[in-house]
Ligand binder design. Sequence first.
Ligand code: AKG
Ligand code: FE2
Length: 233
Amino acid sequence: MSASETPPLFPLSPIPEDVPDAGPRVIAPGAVHVPGWLSPEQQRWIVAQFHEWAQGPVPLRAAALPGGHRMSVRTVCLGWHWQPYKYTRDAGDVNGRRVLDFPEWMVRLGRKALAEAYGAGYDAAGYTPDAALVNFYDDAATMGMHQDKDERSSAPVVSLSIGDGCVFRFGNTETRTKPYTDVELGSGDLFVFGGPSRFAYHGIPKVRPGTAPEGCGLAHGRINITMRVTGMS
Ligand SMILES: O=C(O)CCC(=O)C(=O)O
Ligand SMILES: [Fe+2]
């Protein structure tokens, strides 16, 4: 047998670099990305819930920042209403109505998320989120680098994304600038940040319009849900 006839030891086609590894990826200590965590069916069901939440009692709105500008992202809250920079039960900056209760299914989903992102060593059953910010991003919406620090608890934040992909910039706890890691978040992705990463700066510099996959329930735009523990009663 000549050298040219030697059967190859490895498959001839290279392993594509763009296929995400299945399972959790640690971005920083306590910050874990789980691509494709929600099934398409779960995504469609959550999108249907979103359309109901957006109807009120407190409708989707772009929050006003202290300087007078409005955020480009529009938000509806569950459990507690968030406005820059506090939580209240009633949406004083919108229509004064009380926000919807935090859904029981979302508590269970938050626990499942932490169990899978952090593994069996973490007390996921002890996690009881009581507020969710549900953000809608159109093609041009962005979110500047910020810390989630209006909560009086250091329990992890659980983030779910549906629809168009985006760049999620995950930084450090000291400054809103480098070092940071740009993570591509796609439809169905889970991201949790807790422990040493709980108060890391993060933001969304860019949505990727037109990348929502068929079957996710959202034709355009991006929904992001962040569950939090306010530590308030
Ligand atoms: O849209 C995202 O993935 C992040 C949202 C966020 O950081 C927030 O609502 O505080
Ligand atoms: Fe945030």
